[in-house]
Ligand binder design. Structure first.
Ligand SMILES: Cc1cc2nc3c(=O)[nH]c(=O)nc-3n(C[C@H](O)[C@H](O)[C@H](O)COP(=O)(O)OP(=O)(O)OC[C@H]3O[C@@H](n4cnc5c(N)ncnc54)[C@H](O)[C@@H]3O)c2cc1C
Length: 323
């Protein structure tokens, strides 16, 4: 069977991996000239099913628990590995400490920390927060490194990858993984604005979420003292540049977490549009030509492994359509 996957974001690449490892001949096409720019490129890379349960339905936890293991096995190699399993730290400014109790009540898989516990996990935050929540089962990765590595791995497995092309390739089945570009009236866009800061004075070992009643934000450490600061959640599919207000809120959050972010350089601003269905859960659906994987919302890296498995099973049981 030959499968054509349209879209080389995280949905398309994870599906390609599930199919290729089962011996299916896969071609991926993407209309972009390279991987940069899609929602997947802008992601934080948190694999945080327990934290996400705060605002998400139960399947996000049940399906998301396999994600860190999936990424580890799909991207083998010597250290440094792609998946960092250091958990997630959740803190709140003193005036919003009630938000921590609310967050704890809506989630599981966490331990309460006092000030010393916060400092033991993240020495740079010593003395800054009286209480915190630690989610030890969570992980994170650098989405850009992971996407590039997965693409190289796919090529090594025999998958053909074409960027900058809408060429029609002969295939028995097509998989639509085109994110917001999909012809699906049920999809809506949720705008996410983010920054990448270079902060030589700050060291963090894990994603840190800063709770706030209006603007909960997070900071994800990357290599070379870079930090992804994200992300807004705006009901809009406007891909235009980051607004001044969002930029100020993101920078304020970073600065209130650690004053060392005041000296940081802003090395990038970005806007990604998360594709979402009304229930904010992803779907694998049959189409005339094969399947569609979409609606990954704010859980692309977390849920695409489970969605890819479902889609691959559907494709391998699909009667070959004419296309
Ligand atoms: C700021 C931000 C932070 C996020 N943080 C996280 C996080 O920490 N953890 C997490 O799990 N998720 C996170 N997400 C969510 C995640 O990024 C998305 O759920 C995911 O990227 C959606 O992946 P996708 O492959 O469906 O879409 P995309 O990544 O948008 O990929 C779709 C691809 O299809 C291509 N395409 C479009 N039309 C065509 C066509 N006709 N033919 C071929 N190709 C086409 C596009 O060029 C694009 O490359 C975040 C998202 C944002 C915006």
């Amino acid at each position: 069977m030959r499968v054509l996957i349209r879209g080389a974001g995280v949905a398309g690449l994870t599906l390609a991996h599930e199919l290729a490892r089962q011996g299916v001949a896969v071609t991926i096409t993407d209309i972009r000239a390279d991987a940069a720019g899609g929602a997947s490129w802008l992601a934080g890379g948190m694999l945080a099913p327990w934290c996400e349960r705060e605002s998400a339905e139960a399947p996000v936890l049940t399906l998301g628990r396999v994600a860190a293991d999936w990424w580890d096995s799909a991207l083998p190699g010597p250290p440094p590995r792609h998946v960092t399993r250091n958990g997630t730290l959740v803190v709140a400014p003193a005036r919003d400490v009630g938000e921590l109790a609310r967050f704890a009540a809506r989630t599981g898989g966490h331990d309460w920390l006092d000030s010393a516990g916060v400092a033991a996990l993240e020495p740079d935050l010593a003395g800054r927060f009286q209480r915190g929540l630690f989610f030890p089962g969570e992980a994170h990765l650098d989405p850009r490194r992971a996407l590039v590595a997965l693409r190289h791995r796919l090529v090594a497995m025999g998958v053909k990858v074409h960027f900058g092309s809408e060429t029609v390739f002969r295939a028995d089945v097509e998989a639509d993984c085109t994110g917001m570009a999909a012809q699906d009236a049920a999809l809506r866009g949720v705008r996410g604005e983010m920054l990448i800061l270079h902060a030589p004075d700050v060291t963090l070992s894990r994603p840190v979420r800063l709770l706030h009643p209006r603007i909960p934000l997070y900071i994800v450490p990357r290599a070379d003292q870079r930090f992804m600061v994200g992300a807004t959640m705006i009901e809009s599919d406007d891909p235009g540049p980051i607004s001044a207000r969002s930029m100020m809120e993101l920078l304020n959050a970073a600065y209130s977490l650690h004053p060392g972010f005041g000296e940081a350089k802003i090395v990038e601003t970005g806007v990604g549009i998360r594709p979402a269905y009304a229930d904010n859960l992803p779907r694998v659906t049959r189409t005339q030509r094969g399947v569609r994987v979409n609606g990954l919302y704010r859980h692309g890296f977390l849920l695409s492994p489970a969605m890819a498995r479902q889609a691959a099973a559907m494709i391998l049981s699909v009667e070959v359509p004419v296309c």
